[in-house]
Design a protein. Structure first.
Lengths: 400, 400
């Protein structure tokens, strides 16, 4: 059985022990925002509502928020929220009659299908949480890890509402004995002639993740758009994006994890060069992380007093403090939190006021959650997952 | 000197004593949502980004959120947030170069003008608060009070960020002695040939409102649009909308309230038929209020279990509980809060699960903040301000 928590940090310890400091040091992965903003691919039709001037379009299935676009209100607007799809979404018509969308439930005492209209009568909950792609920060790795070269913007803080999963499961008589996983399936259309297991979006998480899970039809106060998983998305606060199944059409409690490739070999943390396999840690709960959002390093600063701010979050452990460095980590200053505390799955905003003389600076942030402190370095791994090293996330600014 | 707090409730006591129960009883002001949604006027150009299918366009300067559009995520998206302007907004070009916008400060030790770019260097804060028009609920009054016939939707819960006013004032040496009001002026263009005092948007509030005030350039995580006061808006958490000066171009601490009509005779609570005058209570802090957002009464319900939910807020006293009635106020049930607590100026979401047999129901909500309880009836007044009576805000539903 896999480690329940914290999977990535267990992996970090193992891998660091094996490689004895082999993780990248220095600013090898550092890249100015201007590079990240190059490209200018068109927005795909299903995400045409995005603000093209404030996102980075990596591909038709990968759109990133620019570091400078996050703002300071705590919530990431849908106009700039990142998009990542593993398979093309279903036809947009499914959101036009959202209430008719059906979800099958299995591995419960009374298996059946329920429509969104029926789910809406069963309960209501709302949660603020960080939605983050497993590969956020991949663009800082040095080995050209396969996938979108996200820097900081494959993450956003969002408000979701829908029915609590446990209210639904209680209505269906509870989880059947012996079930260890909650296995959920997306409603994407699988192209004919392909073994469905190789492309289907079906993920298993420990069954008790249902305690905080929501079946959501609303994002940031509005009907959930197709690009973000409408008409219905499984939301598991604290878990990486891939587990938050879009267009969810089936939720099954199962004794074993699914054999779908996205679970058995995909989203597995392993050394560079290795293939994915079920024994490797799966991308479940997120680790402790922070990054500076202003200044974003995309333009020179004027001398004098300036505000440095950013966001800090984890997979559910409340962030208790954030330190900011102006000299690449030699000295640190305690930042202040500001804005509402949206709960333990949301990000907290931090700010530090500093006076800048002309010169060059490397601005870094380092979050703490109780005794746990955000690490300096990334853990090298084949797919560039789970990057929370503060050094690569630093921002280089010139004051002149 | 005027009552500092709670102005409206002091007025309520005085007026009720005088009229001995003369406030409207019953559902005289009740109107089904379908009526409120009639009209279909086009969106004005400066608010063309609104979702026309989920708002009610009263006029080019009055746009209301439909009761059924609020959702359950706690925040009101800019696509549906109400708009109310007293004077046409400045040219849209002012938001294109937001950082260049200038604000004059006076009544401080070192008066001067500051640009938004300069303000951004002075500090950062973020607050969630209910923005509500003084006349929200006017459409329930029986005397055809002049102005937009708002029902529930001239209100929304919003996130604002910008610089704390007190950080700016500290930089300017503090408020000069003898100043009792913070008097702020909007940047609207006054048409030539009109006495500016009769149309200018200039409001005075007790000077210590600056303690929590923000000069905001961001709404819900995005650059503040012109329709909501961009490039810069004065935000005074807990105060009615009119005090939250859009396109703010001057903030002055003054010994007296401004003589502008919008202050001296406008936004004054007085008996029906009376003219506005400075001795009457001014529309400053908001009172305790709640309303149901689902069901919205716009379509019949099916028998069985359903969720009833809504929002509750005040001018800053934390809402401690909400009761819901299914029978027009004869019996009450305690609702549950859900979703994040965004602070004492935000609204809290409440929900009650109930089972409905076929029939007709009148659904009501009644908020409490400590010992204070939301009243049943409106206080009749000339302009239809400050309506927080729970009866008129009830929703009539048919279950069949």
């Amino acid at each position: 059985m896999e480690h329940k928590k914290p999977v990535v940090d267990a992996y970090r310890r193992r891998l660091l022990a094996a490689s004895a400091g082999g993780a990248a040091a220095g600013l090898a992965g550092f890249s100015p925002a201007s590079l990240a903003q190059a490209g200018g691919k068109p927005l795909p039709p299903f995400a045409s509502f995005k603000d093209a001037s404030r996102v980075i379009v990596h591909s038709a299935s990968g759109i990133e928020t620019q570091r400078s676009a996050f703002g300071t209100s705590g919530i990431t607007d849908k106009d700039i929220l990142f998009v990542r799809n593993n398979v093309a979404p279903p036809n947009a018509s499914v959101t036009a009659n959202a209430d008719a969308w059906q979800v099958e439930f299995d591995g419960v005492s009374n298996p059946r299908a329920l429509s969104v209209a029926e789910l809406k009568r069963m309960g209501i909950a709302s949660v603020s949480m960080v939605l983050q792609c497993s590969g956020n920060g991949r663009g800082f790795f040095g080995h050209k890890a396969s996938g979108s070269q996200w820097k900081v913007g494959a993450a956003g803080n969002t408000l979701w509402s829908g029915v609590p999963m446990k209210a639904v499961i209680a209505q269906l008589g509870g989880v059947r004995q012996g079930m260890r996983y909650m296995t959920s399936t997306g409603g994407e259309t699988i192209p004919p002639g392909i073994d469905p297991k190789t492309v289907m979006v079906e993920r298993s998480v420990p069954w008790n993740a249902m305690e905080e899970a929501i079946l959501a039809w609303e994002l940031n106060g509005e009907p959930l758009p197709l690009a973000h998983g409408g008409p219905l998305r499984l939301i598991i606060p604290g878990y990486y994006g891939v587990n938050n199944i879009k267009y969810v059409k089936r939720v099954a409690f199962t004794p074993e994890q699914t054999g779908a490739s996205i679970q058995s070999s995909g989203y597995r943390v392993r050394p560079i060069g290795q293939k994915g396999a079920p024994a490797q840690p799966s991308m479940w709960e997120m680790n402790l992380k922070s990054f500076i959002t202003h200044p974003a390093g995309d333009q020179p600063m004027r001398p004098g007093v300036a505000q440095i701010y950013g966001v800090a979050f984890s997979g559910g452990s409340p962030v208790t403090g954030v330190d900011v460095s102006l000299d690449g980590g030699r000295t640190w200053h305690r930042a202040q939190f500001f804005g509402p505390d949206l709960g333990r799955y949301a990000w907290r905003q931090f700010a530090l006021q500093a006076r800048f003389e002309p010169g060059s600076y490397v601005l870094s942030s380092r979050a703490a959650a109780g005794a746990e402190v955000q690490p300096e370095l990334r853990v090298e791994n084949e797919r560039g997952y789970a990057h929370n090293g503060w050094r690569d996330h630093s921002v280089k600014v010139t004051v002149a």
